[in-house]
Design a protein around this ligand. Structure first.
Ligand SMILES: C[S@@+](CC[C@H](N)C(=O)[O-])C[C@H]1O[C@@H](n2cnc3c(N)ncnc32)[C@H](O)[C@@H]1O
Length: 450
């Protein structure tokens, strides 16, 4: 049985709630005000929280309350019983890397700076609807119909996706006539435990036609009971690896990625290969877990940020954003603002697959048939990110957490200022024709159990 702890940030009291369904949000909200009053108060809250956590065996998701923007700590407890050990391990890995987009709805939030990702959804929307209406197997449905958005983050994108999928499901059931009334629909919003679920739940559209549930945890672990999900949707997510490949942080390995934060340097083939191998491992786990959770005949729609199958290093801007950010960090290390060692030990957990590679990994796993796989014509960057400011905000909304946790939140403003200054004088980065990132639409169907 799952246990939750509720924590009141005003009275600093913790309560153990032994129920499967927790009526209060299972999230702890360190209110913005607390941070504005300074770290002392936050630290007092945190100490009490940590001791409550020890008492009740809570998996802490963040010991670091670095700034006013991260105003939430989420958590989940594990019982002795039915949570598989492997899922705890995967969750831990994600937690260590602390993946989460910027929360809240302020000027640096993901909610306010995710138009680029919305371009992906808009490009896929009609295909997504069309495929669900044509291919959904309504016979597999019992009383409730469950949809999940894996890696939903916060902001409008996930609500738009949920609404579109619900509409398509309703249309599919209606087309079956009176013998198949549309069942009640539940949408399970998943992201890592560090995601700002408070903002996500607070801003749910009031007129929605589904029950909404937060489902925190890593999608590299089991998130849902066996054969309980009918449609999985996941956009701009599987490029996030479960961990940094070990070799790139190992000084003795030929893949050691000294002085760089990604596989952006064509000369370091071994670094790229280490990322490539990690992606293959992660994809196998991702598909395996989903195969367990999705009903036979259920669908999985993925929107994937990818690279072209054939690509010359010299003509792509793919991953070069990270090259610029990396070079800013190297400059800051040279000026003594951060240590060189910090730069050498930082790597981004991101990998852009290629269509052929992804197809092979899905076929190798064998649990799904590929119903549709195509490159979509998404809006080019000059439409969604027409200037340096928007581009900087987009990157900051996604990566501030990772940089802040590793280098300290005090360097984040300077890092992104430096980035903006470098990009604005570059003739390369802001040219849409240099933008080679692809958007793949992939629709998979769960095969009958092998
Ligand atoms: C770029 S955002 C995409 C958000 C949303 N799907 C959209 O289209 O706007 C990627 C999201 O994936 C989440 N994510 C990354 N790794 C994850 C994991 N292992 N489990 C669950 N969510 C993950 C991140 O926290 C982030 O919210």
């Amino acid at each position: 049985m799952a246990q939750y702890i509720s924590y009141n940030s005003h009275t600093h009291e913790s309560h153990n709630i032994k129920k499967m369904v927790c009526l209060a949000s299972p999230l702890i909200n360190f209110q913005r005000k607390n941070h504005e009053r300074g770290h002392e108060q936050s630290n007092t809250c945190l100490r009490k929280y940590v001791s409550a956590a020890r008492q009740y065996r809570v998996l802490l998701t963040s010991f670091d309350l670095p700034g006013y923007r991260l105003h939430q700590v989420s958590m989940r407890t594990y019982s002795n019983g039915n949570m598989p050990v492997s899922s705890i391990d995967a969750d831990e890995q994600t937690r260590v890397m602390g993946i989460a987009m910027n929360g809240g709805d302020g000027p640096h939030s993901y909610a306010e700076n995710s138009a680029y990702q919305r371009g992906y959804f808009e490009a896929a929307k009609e295909v997504l609807k069309e495929e669900i209406v044509a291919k959904l197997d309504v016979k597999q449905t019992s009383s409730a119909f469950r949809i999940t958005d894996l890696g939903c983050s916060t902001g409008p994108n996930t609500y738009l996706a949920a609404e579109t999928i619900v509409e398509a499901v309703e249309q599919r059931f209606k087309s079956q006539g009176l013998h198949s009334p549309t069942p009640e629909i539940e949408v399970l919003f998943n992201d890592t435990t560090l995601n700002d679920f408070n903002t996500l739940l607070r801003c749910l559209p009031p007129e929605r036609r589904y029950y909404a549930t937060a489902a925190p945890g890593s999608f590299y672990s089991r998130l849902f009971p066996k054969a309980s999900i009918h449609i999985v949707y996941s956009a701009c997510t599987i490029c996030w690896l479960s961990r940094i490949p070990k070799e790139v942080t190992d000084e003795t390995s030929p893949a050691w990625n000294k002085g760089s934060i990604h596989y952006d340097n064509g000369a370091r083939k071994k670094v790229f290969e280490a990322y490539e191998a990690q992606f293959a491992k992660d994809m196998e786990v991702f598909l395996q877990k989903r195969a367990e959770e999705i009903v036979n005949g259920g669908l999985m729609a993925l929107l994937v940020a990818a690279a072209p199958d054939i690509m010359s290093d010299s003509v792509t801007t793919l991953a070069t954003e990270f090259q610029v950010l990396g070079s800013c960090l190297v400059d800051m290390a040279k000026q003594g603002i951060i240590s060189e060692e910090k730069v050498d030990t930082f790597n981004l957990p991101l990998y852009y697959t290629r269509p052929k590679e992804l197809k092979e990994l899905i076929l190798r796993n064998g649990s799904f048939s590929i119903e549709r796989m195509e490159i979509l014509n998404n809006k080019k960057e000059h439409v969604t990110m027409p200037n340096v400011e928007r581009r900087t905000l987009f990157l900051r909304a996604c990566f501030e957490g990772l940089f802040g946790q590793h280098f300290g939140y005090n360097i984040v403003d300077e890092l992104f200022d430096r980035y903006a200054k470098k990009v604005v004088v570059s003739s390369f980065y802001l040219k849409p024709e240099n933008q080679k990132t692809l958007m793949l639409f992939v629709l998979l169907k769960r095969n009958d159990d092998k």
